[in-house]
Design a protein around this ligand. Structure first.
Ligand code: ADP
Ligand code: MG
Length: 242
């Protein structure tokens, strides 16, 4: 089986506080892997280490075979990262934002044009190229953010709470896009604190206080723990720890 992300005993400490506390997991190529946990659980810190933005304290990780420790620059060329505060320029038009990200990733003229058409189509923004980005609704902004984050057609996409602050219909549409990308072979690593979004993931890890407390497919976790919903499982697990 081909692995896209592999993490062994990864730890991140801030001072003596372990924000990520000895986690081990792997994600297959083309899989939608969800990282679920409450605020402060360590989701963003994990993503930042995997994207090569933040040094780990100990442990190992690879993304598409590249080491997070010694090859962070190589990792940056094969991943797309949409952070919680992904920045689009509100005072630029939709097309200008896309052009800007095409430039950052050094896309050639032809490729930039092709990817721009794809993003406009994918995000439902065709015909709105000239609109000011600041005037777009939450759902459109989010899809444009996704497009800009993956303009270079990365092999792995890291999405950090991509649906926060977006209406339910846009959230559903967004997950449709994510599923399409995964079907085309892109690996998706996504964090959320919306329990209802867990069902969109093929496999999930529940993270709490820096530790993975459960991992598996949503139905596996329900069957094994004899619960109807995963929120109940999570609450029970957390209670057991406290
Ligand atoms: P999540 O994304 O799951 O909400 P984070 O990974 O952002 O959680 O944070 C995990 C914990 O680490 C939190 O307690 C947070 O306050 C702490 N933390 C995150 N970044 C830093 C930092 N740069 N310095 C100190 N503590 C941090
Ligand atoms: Mg976070």
């Amino acid at each position: 089986m081909q692995m896209s992300v592999q993490v062994n005993n990864l730890v991140k400490k801030f001072g003596s506080f372990a924000a990520v506390d000895d986690i081990t997991f792997s994600v297959q190529k083309g899989e939608i892997f969800g990282f679920i946990g409450p605020n402060g659980a360590g989701k963003s810190t994990t993503i930042r280490m995997l994207c090569g933005i933040l040094d780990q304290t100990s442990g190992e990780g690879t993304v598409e075979g590249f080491s997070i420790k010694s090859e962070p620059e190589k990792i940056k060329s094969v991943i797309g990262y949409m952070s919680q505060k992904f920045s689009l320029y509100d005072d630029l038009t939709v097309a200008e934002n896309i052009n800007f990200y095409a430039g950052i990733h050094g896309l050639g003229f032809k490729e930039a044009g092709d990817r721009k058409s794809w993003i406009l189509e994918m995000s439902g923004l065709s015909g709105k190229e000239g609109c000011m980005t600041g005037s777009l609704s939450g759902g459109w902004r989010q899809r444009l953010s996704l497009g800009c984050a993956i303009i270079h057609n990365p092999k792995v996409i890291f999405l950090d709470e991509p649906t926060a602050g977006v209406d339910p219909i846009s959230r559903k549409e967004f997950w449709g896009l994510i599923r399409g990308l995964a079907k085309a072979g892109t690996t998706i690593f996504v964090t959320t604190h919306f329990m209802d979004e867990v069902e969109f993931c093929e496999r999930i890890a529940m993270i709490y206080r820096g530790k993975i407390v459960a991992m598996g497919t949503p139905s596996e976790l329900k069957i094994l723990n004899k619960v109807d919903n995963l929120e109940m499982l999570f609450v029970n697990l957390i209670r057991g720890m406290e």
